[in-house]
Design a binder for this molecule. Structure first.
Ligand SMILES: [Fe+2]
Length: 215
């Protein structure tokens, strides 16, 4: 039986080249990337965001709204870089403090930074207005969303050759992580991510109507 599914790669229509200009923009939007000591890891973090953007309708990370998931945990101001940078910086501080008190803890600082910056790289897919329109118009065709940002983020991480430690943070920093054992660095990112949103809820910086009812 012939399929009625249009068999073309997802997002192919709007896919653009990854250019040095786009890489430079990512570096400017996420300055914490320069804190990563390993040059290969640093380059691949930039590549991950540049590729995710190039395969979306977003031209920069700043265009992505400051939300935890589409329509959920909506910040009263800012953009997605505030979240990525905030989580990364919180995680760096948590790692530093814990390491100072317990020097025997084996926290890989580069993985914490790279993981913080990449944990939501999949939002380019889940938040993409073109995808949202398509999924909301026909939720029973490919799902709503077809793939959440953690899974798409892992796909991007593996595609650009990032280590599995970073793909693990992308795919399991969120609720998906309840299905497996989180790494040490991912545990830090998970708590930093959670702290970021809930401190802002408590400070009245999240639009009340966007706070999930279960909370
Ligand atoms: Fe996040």
């Amino acid at each position: 039986m012939a399929t009625n599914v249009a068999l073309k790669p997802a997002g192919a229509k709007r896919s653009r080249e990854v250019t040095d200009e786009l890489r430079a923009l990512v570096r400017k939007e996420l300055p914490e990337v320069d804190e990563i000591k390993n040059a290969d890891l640093r380059a691949k973090v930039i590549e991950a965001w540049a590729l995710a953007l190039a395969r979306s309708s977003y031209k920069s990370i700043r265009e992505i709204p400051p939300e935890g998931a589409p329509g959920s945990m909506v910040l009263t101001r800012g953009d997605q870089t505030d979240h990525l940078r905030g989580v990364t910086r919180l995680a760096m501080k948590m790692a530093e403090e814990m390491q100072e008190h317990y020097p025997e803890l084996k926290i890989d600082r580069d993985i914490v930074i790279a993981g913080g910056l990449c944990h939501d790289v999949g939002k380019c897919w889940e938040f993409d207005p073109e995808n949202r329109k398509k999924w909301e118009g026909s939720p029973r065709t490919a799902g709503l969303p077809s793939v959440r940002h953690p899974a798409y983020g892992a796909h991007i991480c593996f595609t650009v050759g990032l280590p599995e430690e970073i793909a693990h943070i992308a795919t399991a920093h969120s609720g998906e992580g309840e299905l497996l054992v989180r790494s040490l660095e991912n545990t830090i990112i998970n708590y930093a991510d959670h702290a970021f949103w809930w401190i802002l809820v408590s400070g009245n910086m999240i639009k009340p109507e966007s706070i999930p009812k279960k909370h």
